[in-house]
Design a protein around this ligand. Structure first.
Ligand code: HEM
Length: 309
């Protein structure tokens, strides 16, 4: 099973495109043939600048999985659950297809999306399109370096790709996206030390702070997940800043890939409900999710087969 390019590097530019399938008579047929040809389409665009690290990952949502693939369902695939804490809520929003398009060059992302939308035509309607950019040394708009704790090297596949535990979905990955907007005005009123305690790392040098021994925990601690055997489970995040100072929009597009959907859901519970419950992640006092959607990014081999089965 050849996986999609889930472990492609973080780039200067990315487009996050979430689409819904329409009820046009040929919609499913069009989507299957487009997804089957996605690696060819990617090659066409990537080849125009081989140094620009172009990659596109496709995710398919729970609601259309059966119709689009006609194949067994990934064991954990289900819609994004609403996570309601005492103060903040992770909303669940629609979306049948996700295209995570990345490149060092914004024009390559644009060109790929243009050709893709031409192929999909009226088979889809756009739910959300977010264009992200690299901000200095991979910082989010809160000013912190974002992505440091990602797995690297040989352990990446172990963290993100489904394997023998669900053999018909092997080589695929669960993907969760949330589009957050920040209240930067309030965030900026906090002294750097307060911000650092919220994130769990120093701002300038990105040095990890120790976990709190009790009480309020940092974002970093709340997002660290251990199973009942004490084994830590990493996810792969490719978050990007987005926004427009002129319209007062400042955001982080969260995207997490995982071999185990429960790991990301556990992170969300710890962030929104809190651990202990009531002590939610204070990043949420300054960041509101506008969307929340779950997909499964199947193997590239599965996508290629969609024209024939
Ligand atoms: C760590 C920012 C949402 C999961 C971090 C770090 C930053 C950050 C700055 C520390 C550096 C790093 O290791 O990357 C943000 C922002 C978010 C956001 C600005 C949105 C407003 C989320 C969500 C999840 C998540 C929704 C999961 C559902 C993680 C994980 C880590 C992390 C797993 C690494 C923890 C570790 O050190 O092992 N995040 N994050 N983040 N975040 Fe987030």
């Amino acid at each position: 099973m050849e996986p999609q390019r889930i472990d492609a590097p973080l780039t200067r530019s990315a487009t996050f495109l979430v689409l819904s399938v329409t009820d046009k008579p040929d919609a499913i047929k069009t989507i299957r043939s487009t997804l089957a040809s996605i690696s060819g389409l990617s090659k066409n665009v990537a080849f125009r600048d081989l140094g620009a690290s172009f990659a596109c990952t496709v995710g398919i949502g729970d609601d259309v999985w059966d119709r689009v693939t006609g194949l067994p369902r990934p064991a954990e695939l289900h819609p994004f659950p609403v996570v309601k804490g005492a103060t903040h809520t992770a909303v669940s929003t629609p979306g049948d297809l996700l295209f995570h398009i990345r490149s060092e060059r914004r024009d390559l992302c644009f060109e790929f999306e243009r050709q893709l939308m031409d192929l999909l035509g009226d088979a889809v309607s756009v739910v959300d399109e977010t264009v992200g950019f690299r901000y200095f040394d991979v910082r989010d708009l809160l000013g912190f370096v974002d992505g440091t704790a990602n797995p690297v090297g040989p352990v990446v596949h172990d963290s993100v790709l489904v394997a023998a535990e669900d053999s018909t979905s092997a080589g695929g990955s669960y993907v969760v996206v949330q589009k957050y907007v920040h209240d930067l005005k309030s965030w900026r009123t906090l002294p750097a030390e307060k911000q650092e305690a919220i994130i769990g790392r120093t701002k300038l040098e990105n040095i990890e702070l120790s976990d709190a021994s009790s009480g309020q925990q940092s974002h970093k601690s709340l997002a660290t997940i251990e199973d009942e055997n004490g084994v830590e489970h990493d996810i792969l995040r490719d978050n990007m800043p987005f926004g427009s100072p002129a319209s007062g929009e400042f955001g982080t597009y969260f995207i997490g890939y995982s071999r185990r959907l429960w790991v990301i859901e556990k992170m969300l519970e710890r962030m929104f409900i809190g651990e202990p419950p009531g002590l939610h992640d204070r990043i949420l006092n300054f960041s509101t999710p506008l969307t929340g959607t779950t997909f499964f990014a199947p193997s590239a081999s599965l996508l290629r087969s969609l024209d024939s089965n």
